[in-house]
Design a protein around this ligand. Structure first.
Ligand SMILES: *Cc1c(COP(=O)(O)O)cnc(C)c1O
Length: 833
């Protein structure tokens, strides 16, 4: 007998996919012609992009599979990042960058007479987030994969992401963002891992075979959670982690009873109701208290994700949960997913039969909570009535957690009922509310803020009583951003210049940028630096021209404030300064004006009246200024519509001056500030959030500081008198008079009265006018420095050189060191892409 297997016995194996231009070219053609049924010669850029996405997804999937195998072999602890938002932006460029396949792909496309930039531009942003919090989650996933940490993201696959913003007659109009319209080539549906999430019904008790009493949740209306996995590649390390997004689906398309009774439309309506859960992202940067659908989304995410993790555990270990806490961490991105604390208790108690103490020990050793804001309107609360109606069994568990917690507090501080009231998970009142932040703190072993000042204020103010109880729980993790997307990808020319000087190690170890500092004194290097930045500015100017028709002044300062529109971020302060510059031009000081382009962008929550009026105000001011021939060559003001990740990639590489001017104590961290610094912008800012750490890193001499400090804001607010601030500054007085005169709204009488009232109200919580003089003076220092281009470019280089600690790699290394304690995966197979 022959030892050779017969053809029918020969194992069929998957060969590694090629990554040379030739193979990529052929796979691309195959997807285009056979997968999508297109004629390669006639196919639209969108079709070619889709085929390229599928071609690259295959390469990602190889590493993906390998990463899961590694994780199983090494069998260590895992962490899970739970977030209602992941603001991913575009995937194509990031995939090429992280896999190192950009050159081969350009070549493959070239052979088909296609151009990469055109394809990059047809990809819609995956806008599953509002702003900083969602983008942080995306940067964190990139860093976890790059550090080879076994971290999985869990979120919701909204059919509609952040709305598209259009500007009509100066006002924001919201258009739905149907980002999945043409399919999403990067995701993989996992129908075999569907979970069932319960809503409604009631809780009842029953006895098991041994006569023990248990609770169960019955008569529920269930919704299916269908997972879609998005690959998250690390930077050139062969690791691909997973972002698992849940889509809601009806359990059965037809309710048989209703169907048989002839109520066909009613039966189909039930399907719609279920699928509503993952229909749309709430477009509010702070919160949506009281919205039933929002609570459904939160519970849907928490329950599906925890069930998913527990299913993996029991598949391997059965019902033995002794090691579970040592092997799992759940990081809660703000209070949005914090119902996970009670849901993990429910699953362990009701579904897995654990006793309370064991379940609580597991829960409170696996949950970790990141707080993102001190703003009172953003502190989530749910009416007990609504909660009990939607999640009756979960409410029981919250009551029990609260009862046990308050007993513990009462033992420590006997008789202090005020303390009990302050700490309780339930806020009493005519409409009792559940305080989700309290649930998160009580149920977590770690509570962190996102910048040093923010964490300090959490300890001293928002969570003061909790901090006294459990000081060891509190820690700071200053935010960061991924340098791959925000420097390497967004600014390739500057990256090349940096690498020529200090090598390429900074890509994975951003602290190495400090080696760039001596180059700040090298005239030739500075000249190159300035030239790259000029090129970036020309590209941004072209984008602004195409989008708005505004012609920016190429050689002038690019002064940029892009972020969500919110009163605390004080776009109004910037606008007042713009009006002041205009006023100076009109008063004959044109010769003393340093030319500037002032660029604004950002979305307002659709229900936030004042934010929308601020957009209108900026647009009217811009129109008046740009239309006045006296401003020619001196001042251009522009509101760029539809701010999003892909637009920020262009903007941050082209910014000279980064505006970070929030009222001190209100911005938890900020991350836009970090993207700008990395790309060599100078910052004008208050001592708020991570600005403080940015200033420390770069040195106070390289940062334009102004305004009240957080403790001054708190101290002076009770006696704040905005009219006094106006009276004390003639320039401000003229600015206010100009607005009051209707100069910016001649055909729309009174529309800016709400803005004037807010600025002039002694109750103005943002104290805009209090900081005007200080801001104006620092802005004139900015203008003076611009005339000394040697010194400006020197400080620009120093900003990039000092930006190393604002890499999200550093943030994640700290989360891992202090909170998760995961072992990095060690690649066992060489030759991965
Ligand atoms: C970075 C980023 C933010 C956060 O900006 P902040 O200035 O920190 O508020 C918001 N939106 C997008 C699209 C971003 O890229």
């Amino acid at each position: 007998m022959s030892s050779q297997p017969t053809p029918s016995e020969r194992p069929c194996r998957l060969e590694p996919l090629g990554t040379d231009a030739d193979t990529l070219c052929r796979d691309l053609l195959r997807y285009l012609e056979l997968g999508l049924g297109q004629d390669a010669g006639q196919a639209s850029p969108l079709a070619v992009y889709t085929a390229l996405g599928l071609t690259l997804r295959d390469r990602l999937a190889q590493n993906w599979k390998h990463t899961s195998e590694l994780r199983r072999q090494q069998g260590g602890k895992r962490a899970f990042y739970l977030s209602l938002e992941f603001l991913l932006g575009r995937a194509l460029g990031n995939t090429l960058l992280n896999l190192g396949l950009e050159e081969e792909t350009r070549e493959a496309l070239h052979r088909q007479r296609r151009d990469l930039p055109e394809l990059l531009d047809v990809e819609p942003d995956a806008g599953l987030g509002n702003g900083g919090l969602g983008r942080l989650a995306a940067c964190f996933l990139d860093s976890c994969a790059t550090l080879a940490l076994p971290v999985t993201g869990y979120g919701i696959r909204y059919a509609y992401g952040m709305f598209r913003q259009e500007i009509h007659a100066g006002e924001q109009r919201e258009e739905p963002d149907h980002w999945l319209k043409h399919g999403y080539p990067w995701e993989l549906k996992r129908p075999e891992r569907v979970r069932r999430v319960q809503f409604g019904g009631r809780s009842e008790s029953y006895r098991d075979g041994q006569g023990r009493e248990h609770r169960r949740w019955v008569d529920t209306r269930d919704v299916l959670a269908v997972p879609y996995d998005i690959p998250i590649p690390g930077y050139r390390n062969g690791i691909v982690n997973t972002l698992r997004l849940w889509r809601a689906a009806a359990t059965d398309i037809f309710d048989l009873g209703e169907f048989n009774a002839g109520a066909y439309p009613e039966a189909v309506a039930a399907k719609n109701e279920a699928e509503h859960i993952s229909m749309v992202l709430y477009p509010n940067d702070s919160s949506e208290n009281g919205k039933e659908l929002r609570l459904r989304q939160q519970y849907f995410l928490a329950s599906a994700s925890l069930q998913d993790v527990l299913a993996d555990w029991t598949a391997e270990r059965g019902e033995d949960f002794r090691d579970f806490a040592e092997r799992h961490s759940f990081q809660l991105n703000d209070t949005h997913p914090s119902v996970a604390v009670a849901e993990l208790m429910r699953l362990l108690l009701d579904e897995h039969g654990l006793g309370w103490d064991e379940a609580w020990s597991i829960t409170s050793r696996t949950m970790a909570y990141t707080n993102h804001t001190l703003l009172p309107e953003a502190l989530e609360k749910w009416p007990v009535r609504l909660f009990g109606h939607l999640l009756p069994r979960v409410l029981e568990i919250i009551y029990e957690i609260n009862a046990r917690f308050l007993r513990q507090v009462a033992q420590r501080a006997p008789g202090d009922t005020a303390l009990l009231q302050r700490l309780s998970l339930i806020e009493e009142g005519p409409e009792p509310m559940i305080r989700m932040a309290h649930l998160a703190v009580v149920g977590s072993f770690s509570v962190n803020g996102v910048a040093a000042l923010h964490t300090q204020l959490l300890k001293e103010e928002l969570f003061r009583d909790f901090y006294r109880l459990w000081p060891e729980r509190f820690n700071n993790k200053t935010n960061g951003v991924t340098p791959r997307r925000w420097l390497l990808w967004a600014n390739p020319e500057l990256s090349q210049l940096i690498s020529q000087r200090i090598g390429e190690g900074w890509r994975e170890d951003l602290a190495q940028l400090s080696a760039l500092a001596p180059a700040a004194d090298d005239p030739q290097f500075r000249a190159h630096w300035a030239e790259v930045r000029r090129n970036n500015k020309a590209r941004l100017a072209a984008l602004v021209r195409a989008q708005t028709g505004v012609e920016l002044i190429p050689e002038a300062i690019f002064d940029v404030q892009v972020k969500r529109i919110h009163e605390y971020k004080r776009q109004l302060l910037n606008a007042l300064h713009v009006i002041h510059l205009y006023d100076r031009i009109k008063r004959g000081e044109a010769s003393q004006i340093t030319p500037r382009n002032v660029l604004f962008a950002g979305k307002a929550a659709p229900g936030y009246f004042m934010a929308k009026r601020i957009i209108k105000f900026i647009n009217n001011v811009a129109a008046a200024i740009n239309d006045d021939p006296d401003t020619e060559g001196l001042l251009r003001v522009c509101f760029l519509p539809d701010y999003r990740v892909s637009v920020m990639e262009r903007i941050c590489a082209a910014t000279d001056l980064s505006e970070q001017i929030s009222t001190a104590g209100k911005e938890a961290s900020g991350t836009g500030n970090m993207k700008f610094m990395m790309n060599g912008a100078l910052t004008i800012g208050t001592l708020d959030g991570a600005n403080i750490e940015i200033r420390e890193a770069v040195g106070p001499e390289n940062f334009f500081l102004f305004g009240l400090r957080a403790e001054e804001v708190a101290r002076l607010r009770p006696q704040y008198d905005p009219r006094q601030a106006v009276a004390a500054d003639e320039d401000l007085e003229r600015v206010m008079d100009l607005i009051q005169s209707g100069y910016f709204n001649p055909f729309e009488p009174g529309i800016f009265d709400p803005i004037l009232h807010a600025l002039l109200a002694p109750q103005d919580p943002w104290m805009v006018l209090a900081d005007f003089s200080s801001y104006k003076h620092r802005q004139s220092d900015v203008a003076a420095l611009w005339h000394d281009q040697t010194e400006w470019q020197r400080q620009s280089v120093l900003n990039t050189a000092a930006s190393g600690r604002f890499s999200s790699d550093r943030s994640i290394a700290e989360y891992n060191r202090d909170i998760w304690n995961l072992q990095p995966l060690v690649a066992s197979v060489p030759g991965l892409v």
